[in-house]
Design a protein around this ligand. Structure first.
Ligand SMILES: NC(=O)c1ccc[n+]([C@@H]2O[C@H](COP(=O)([O-])OP(=O)(O)OC[C@H]3O[C@@H](n4cnc5c(N)ncnc54)[C@H](OP(=O)(O)O)[C@@H]3O)[C@@H](O)[C@H]2O)c1
Length: 266
């Protein structure tokens, strides 16, 4: 198995480690960590029984994949200089830093080095949800995929779509949580208990996705099945059509996309 070294052992790095271990995409002895905070390393080593005995520099030198999990405002130049000094030239850099482009990563880590830019989502423990992934030309995808796919499905993207992907897909789970909460509230308003309403919403959500998958139909076609003339369904939809539901949702996504671009400083 490949050696994977994490630089920046924060929340996202931990989520990736937890998912990769639980799906057996990596073994605990092949994961090493570096972080400004030594206690954080100790805590994660204990929590996930990471058993490598490498020193930080040996771990960096032995790594096949180096995951950069620091924040955009951290000393990325310093991180890159340190990696450049000790890592093998063949080691693949996997950057999860929001807003840092492949071009900048190539300047930092070298134009001939394999580099992956990716935006993971926060559903890492579930096996659902897409990470947005961009490879440079040097990346050999096949051996890397089991690791990348262990903490989310992989959607290969053109880099120009990364901001759109972040605002729409990575922030997207927020809209789903919000929708679930709002619909469960509606159930309570109608007279069901909170647990009853929540169960119904979860089931309808999963069932709706399953129906779309097995029927291969557009959502509007499935709505038609549910709407008899002058019936309950079409009356409910009439009210929803009169609301700001669709446009409000779409404005929210566009605002999140714009904010991603603002933060990236493009
Ligand atoms: N959270 C998300 O939903 C999400 C989704 C997609 C992408 N991302 C990206 O993932 C990255 C990490 O996010 P996060 O939420 O995991 O942040 P985080 O919990 O703050 O983790 C960053 C870690 O890196 C450490 N660090 C800072 N500078 C360092 C250096 N020079 N060398 C080694 N370690 C250093 C930090 O230590 P200190 O705290 O002591 O400074 C911290 O432990 C960010 O770039 C973010 O844009 C996050």
């Amino acid at each position: 198995m490949s050696q994977i070294h994490f630089v920046g052992a924060g929340q996202m790095a931990e989520a990736i480690i937890r998912a990769a271990l639980s799906r057996k995409a990596v073994s605990a002895r092949d994961i090493t960590l570096a972080d400004i905070d030594p206690e954080r390393i100790t805590r994660l080593r204990e929590r996930y029984q990471l058993s490598s005995t490498h020193s930080e520099i040996d771990a960096l030198a032995a790594a096949d994949y180096i995951v950069i999990g620091v924040r955009p405002q951290d000393d990325i130049d310093g991180v890159a200089r340190h990696i450049g000094q000790y890592a093998s030239p063949q080691a693949t850099i996997i950057s999860i830093i929001a807003g840092v482009t492949l071009e900048r990563l190539a300047t930092l880590f070298g134009a001939t080095r394999p580099i992956v830019r990716m935006i993971p989502n926060t559903l890492t423990d579930t096996g659902y949800g897409y990470s947005g992934v961009v490879f440079n030309q040097q990346v050999e995808a096949e051996p890397l995929m089991p690791f990348l796919e262990s903490f989310g499905k992989v959607m290969l993207l053109e880099e120009r779509l990364i901001d759109a992907f972040t605002g729409f897909a990575v922030a997207g789970i927020n809209y789903v949580y919000y929708f679930i909460e709002s619909l469960a509230d509606a159930g309570v308003l109608s007279g069901l208990s909170r647990p009853q309403a929540t169960k119904v919403v979860w089931e309808n959500l999963v069932g709706g996705v399953e129906m779309l998958k097995i029927s291969d139909k557009h959502p509007r076609q499935l709505m038609d099945i549910n709407n008899s003339p002058a019936g309950v369904g079409i009356n409910g939809l009439y009210e929803l059509n009169n609301s700001d539901f669709a446009a409000g949702l779409q404005r929210s996504v566009m605002t999140a996309v714009r904010r991603t671009t603002e933060l990236s400083g493009h």
